[in-house]
Design a protein. Sequence first.
Length: 490
Amino acid sequence: MDNSIIYIRKSNFSTALLLMVSIVLSAYSGIEIVNRPSGHAGWYLSIVFCSIVWITLYLFSAWRTFKHIYLFSTAYLTALILFHLSLFYQFALGDIKLPSSWEHGSFSPWLENSGWHILLALSSFGIGFSCAALTGKKYLKNIDPQLIMRAKAAGHWSAIGLLIASSIFFSMALYSYGNLLNYARDEIFSSNLDSRGFGVFMMIFPGSILLYFFSETTKKQFLIGLGLAFFAFLMFMFAGYRSAALFPSLVGVALWVKSGRKLPLPVVISGVVLVLTLIAASGYLRSMGKYSEINMNKVSKAMGEASIQSSISEMGSSVKALANVIRLVPKIDGYRYGSSYFYSVVDSFPNMGGDINIERSRKYAMKQKGKDPDVIKNMRPADWLTYRIAPWHFKHGFGVGFSAIAEPFLNFGTAGVFCFFIALGFGLCRLDSVPLFYSPYLFIFSTSMLWPLIRTVRNDSSNFFKPFMFTIIILLVWWTFSKIILNKKI
């Protein structure tokens, strides 16, 4: 493995071009938003065209700057585009038929408005990304081997601690549920049983495997890490928890190239086709009842009925969440002015004794709404949106998801989207600019704590802050235990 990589180099022309186009596109998107889209016939064609131009320029700039496109920034954008723009692309290609209310009816102006907010998010990301690339520190080609070994040693020992913690929380889940195979996917978190052990396991297990795999120093560790990675991917995919398989995989691709390995294009294309097929098959499997009732015949049937087109359509439905938030805010519920982010951070601290069951918290909101009308709008963004647009799902403990673009809009409107994605693009580009093994702390963060950020593209910010906080706490406990009890310094 060659760990000598050009991480960033001067590429002023391509980066400046991306910056200029991003500024123009953000201004154009803002004008379209202010003009209140009318949902005219074929409105999505302009959005598709503008997005293709921007994506092409981003990939060109990323390749010229980093010598490859497999970046954390690209991983985030891939998920963001897949979950927000894929329906528009399918509409434009004629793959699926638009409902009349979407194409030229009552809902079409809100969908068009959401499309311009998506372009605003992309172009704002491009502004931040370009500014970071133009002003960031340029790292040397060769990384000191001692830095690499130090980062890997710290990562490997930290991964062991996270894997031990994962096994403890999974044991808690077994104690609470008994045989997990006796439940359907939707029953695990909607039942009255304590789901905290299983929930924390889902938060930290994917990151612990990524950290173990990329901190390997021997062939044995590599093979063990590879086996764990395949096991976890298939387990989460066929259990119906596709986010826990898809988003760590996106980060894993970036980590693979950043660690000095090659990734041939045919492998990438084959992997994309396989993942999209498995996503569709997973959707069929999780509707087939209890896990114990799933057999090879059902798996074979699910794979046979799997449709990549339906997978893309399902993932692209996040744009409906964004459109509904724009429709509801501030007309029905006012802006939150940062409170959703604040409560996401506050709620990320572990609750050691209280009841945190989602269904009961919703029941509490329903009980209190007569006394305190604000209890509805102060719910988690995903729960609030479910209550507003899907009352049956809300009542039965289900959800409609959310959107990374919708949350800054919910807090600060269109200006919030603009500022949030500039900051995000700047931060991810700076992270991409630092060699993977330059710092043990950045290495551990990138491998074990970054993937939930990708998950927020279709959820609210609590889906990042809570796993981040749990991982930090577990690592601090493990490092302290290692130093005091085992006399091992990280």
